[in-house]
Design a protein around this ligand. Sequence first.
Ligand SMILES: Nc1ncnc2c1ncn2[C@@H]1O[C@H](COP(=O)(O)OP(=O)(O)OP(=O)(O)O)[C@@H](O)[C@H]1O
Length: 374
Amino acid sequence: MTDVKKTVAVIGNPASNKGRGAAIGERVFKSLSESGMRHGFDVIDLTGDSFENSLSAARAHSDLYDYLVVIGGDGMIALGANAVCGTGKPLGIVAVGSGNDFARGLHLPVNRIRTAVEGIVGAIVCGTHIDVDMGHVRSLNMEPVVQGGSGELVLTEAGNPVEGFVDRYYAGMLNCGLDASINDRANKSHLPGGSVRYAAAVLVELTHMKRYGYHIKAVLADGSVDERDIISPLVTVANARYIGGGIEVSPYSLLSDGMLDLIWIDHMPSVAECAAAVSDAYNGKLLSNRVFGWERVREIEITRADDGDEPPVLMADGEYVGRVPVSVSAAGMSLRMLVPPAVAGWHKRRTQEHVTAAIMRDGRDPITGRFVEA
Ligand SMILES: Nc1ncnc2c1ncn2[C@@H]1O[C@H](COP(=O)(O)OP(=O)(O)OP(=O)(O)O)[C@@H](O)[C@H]1O
């Protein structure tokens, strides 16, 4: 490290895990502070009493720190990403949530606090980081604002809905249909373990799928525009690969390609097709299944189609976002992540060629996304 003393800001989630989150936060703070004494950096705590307050503190005090470390699940990573995206300040993560899908996709330790802290210290000392893409979702109209944790409307003192524009980055996926309902059900479940909750929610939600009406206008990888209605139970705009504690919904996602992956259910699936899709989702072959459409997009507008049901409240990284109409774009290489040298090396090795090989294996055309007929 250089002679100028650096500062690491830490943000935990004291409310998580029935209060265990506070103890985990203290443990990480203590451990990082001890390393700081050895390696010459300071540690400060910017944890607030809510998601919004922690995010505001991270933004308002950005001049006080050189690195931000968040402790928790995908929601906390979204908090960190929205605080430092586009600033060049590296984000470290101690993944101790219920899903931890972004950390999993990055090959970072999951639910291993000591290893995660050692990795962060190693990255600071060695100066290793990787730059990754983010999804960026913005409202096209002023809409009622929803609470991130519950999806309930935010009300004025007089009880009227507060209106505003969504403008946020997401690391994992923007869930616009059945996938948002699954996420919602899993969040409210009392079953033990994030992946068990998610799998149970998948099975329930598959039994009453709706035909949501979306109109999409997407700019594809080659610059061409795809505009049409999609009447479907599921539309997802993925930046990263996993959701629900390890379900690989977007196996072709590459965090350094400046693209997002649009995935949707192409036709109402039969029971047999649903069963095949569930099994494919756990072995990385979901998109070999003809129930799903896939397209690689640079940006996309999602509005309400004349036909179909009203899409639910959208979710991103397990948090409620707001309703369509929205525009979504890839913010290429906009988030700098603190990763130890071994993880930085793994990312260099996962290239476009690997992804293209998986697309061809699944029988799709890498440009159009359509299945290539034999
Ligand atoms: N300081 C805080 N006080 C209270 N609640 C918070 C605070 N920070 C975040 N939250 C809430 O915690 C939830 C997200 O927690 P987190 O991402 O750590 O865990 P998780 O949901 O178990 O993880 P995963 O998304 O990986 O399943 C959100 O609903 C968020 O609004």
